[in-house]
Write a protein that binds this ligand. Sequence first.
Ligand code: ADP
Length: 250
Amino acid sequence: MDIILKTKDLTKKYDNRVVVDNLNLEIQKGEIFGLLGPNGAGKSTTMNMICDIVKPTLGSVEFLGRDFKKNRKELVKKLGYIPQDLAIHGNLKAWENVELFTSLYGIRGEELKNAINESLEYVGLSERKDDYAKSFSGGMKRRLNIACAIGHHPELLIFDEPTVGIDPQSRNFILNRIKESNRKGATIIYTSHYMEEVEAICTRIAIMDNGRIIACGTSEELKKLVTNDVDKISLEEVFLTLTGKKLRDY
Ligand code: ADP
């Protein structure tokens, strides 16, 4: 089994409040790994620590067999991070946004031009490439946010709740693109509080609550923790049984 990313005792405290508690995750090369948990579980903080955007209180991250922090300059080129908060600039055109982010990875000239076109094509925005991002719908902005993170062809793509607050069409489009990237060889980490999304695309799922991983496995393995009758139970019910809480309020 090839491990692409490992967190070792990853912990974050804010004012003595533990929001991520001693996380030891192992992400296998080629999988779509889902991190499922309610709002406030610590998913974004975990992703931000993995990408070295938030400093861990304790612990470390190993990516491609090396300490991420110590080898950041090199390893960051192999990582694509799609943050929950949009990183795009409204006063730049779609292609200029992709250019800005892709060039940060040292890509220039013809290669940059191709990367911009490919990335916009990938998210279905080629025809809107000359439009300002501020004129885009919520779903289009989310898709542009993704285009900005993939131009450098990362080996690991991290999506932090990429479908929050968007229309079903954009949502399905994004989920299909994620599966397509995975088919082409990228490893994916996908965080969500939507059980049905995680169940639809992820090969392995970790259930997170209060900063801790409560259970981890395939959807079937998680269901077996609760019952032998796996066809009759949803992940939502597994979550409720294991935590005594609903995954989200309806
Ligand atoms: P999730 O992504 O699962 O919704 P987060 O990682 O965003 O969860 O948040 C986990 C907890 O950490 C929440 O209680 C949140 O309020 C807290 N938190 C996140 N960022 C900060 C911060 N910069 N300062 C203080 N508390 C924070």
